[in-house]
Ligand binder design. Structure first.
Ligand SMILES: N[C@@H](CCC(=O)N[C@@H](CS)C(=O)NCC(=O)O)C(=O)O
Length: 210
C-alpha cells in the first residue's frame, strides 16, 4: 500500500498518474497548499522541505517527484515503465530524468515564483530568464521526441514520459505553450489519450489542458 500526499496539478501529478497506471493499492492524502498545510509540523516530519509530493513506501516517506516515478517503475517492472540497469537506454533515461527535475522543473519554479531569488524589484528579469530557460528546454525536448519516435525513448513509455507530460502541462499558460512545438504537441496528444489520464483528471478535479 502506498500513500501519496498530493495537491491538484502540482508536482504530485506524475506520481499520482503512475499509481493509477500501475493499478497498485494506494491512499491519497490531499494537502491544502493555500491553507499552508505543507508547512505544518506533521507534514514537515514527512517532508522536511515542505513540498508536495511525499510518497510513503513501505512505511518510509520519500520525496522528489521524478525520483518517485523512477522508484515506482522499478518496484513494478512488469508494467514496463522502468529502463533497467544493463539496458542500452539506461544512461540516457537517467540523464533525462535528472534534466527534467533539475533543469526544467527548477526553471518553472523561477517562472511561478519570480520574487524568490531577489524580491519584487527583480521579478521581470527573473521571469524573462526563466522563460528563456524553459523555452530552451522545450526546444531540446522537441528535438529528442522528433528523433526518438512516439515517446522520449522510441515506442516505450517510461517513467520519464509521465514526468515530461506533467511538465509540458505546466507551460499551458506561458507566452509560448509547450504544444506550440510540433513533436511535443503530437507526443502530448498520445500521452493524454491514455485512459489513465481521464481518471487522473477526474480524481484531481482538473479541467484545463484536458
Ligand atoms: N523538487 C521537488 C519540488 C516540489 C515542489 O516544489 N512542489 C511544489 C508544488 S508543485 C510545492 O510543494 N510548493 C509549495 C511551496 O514551495 O511552498 C519535487 O520534484 O518533488
Amino acid at each position: 500500500m502506498y500513500t501519496l500526499y498530493w495537491s491538484p496539478g502540482t508536482a504530485s501529478l506524475c506520481v499520482h498518474w503512475m499509481l493509477i497506471e500501475l493499478g497498485k493499492p494506494h491512499e491519497l492524502v490531499k494537502v491544502d497548499i493555500e491553507a499552508g498545510e505543507h508547512r505544518k509540523p506533521e507534514y514537515l516530519k514527512l517532508n522536511p522541505g515542505g513540498v508536495i509530493p511525499t510518497l510513503i513506501v513501505d512505511g518510509a516517506p520519500l520525496s522528489e517527484a521524478a525520483a518517485l516515478c523512477m522508484i515506482l517503475a522499478e518496484r513494478h517492472p512488469e508494467a514496463g515503465f522502468a529502463v533497467p540497469i544493463g539496458d542500452a537506454q539506461r544512461a540516457a533515461y537517467v540523464s533525462w530524468l535528472f534534466f527534467l527535475s533539475n533543469t526544467l522543473q527548477t526553471a518553472y519554479h523561477n517562472w511561478f515564483h519570480p520574487d524568490q531569488p531577489a524580491g519584487q524589484a527583480a521579478v521581470e528579469a527573473v521571469k524573462a530568464f526563466a522563460r528563456r530557460r524553459i523555452e530552451a528546454c522545450l526546444e531540446r525536448m522537441d528535438r529528442q521526441i522528433a528523433r526518438s519516435g512516439s515517446y522520449l525513448f522510441a515506442d516505450r513509455v517510461t517513467a520519464a514520459d509521465f514526468v515530461t507530460t506533467m511538465l509540458m502541462r505546466w507551460a499551458r499558460n506561458m507566452p509560448k505553450p509547450a504544444t506550440e512545438w510540433p513533436a511535443i504537441a503530437a507526443y502530448v496528444k498520445r500521452m493524454k489519450a491514455r485512459p489513465s489520464f481521464r481518471t487522473l483528471y477526474e480524481r484531481e478535479g482538473l479541467t484545463e489542458w484536458a
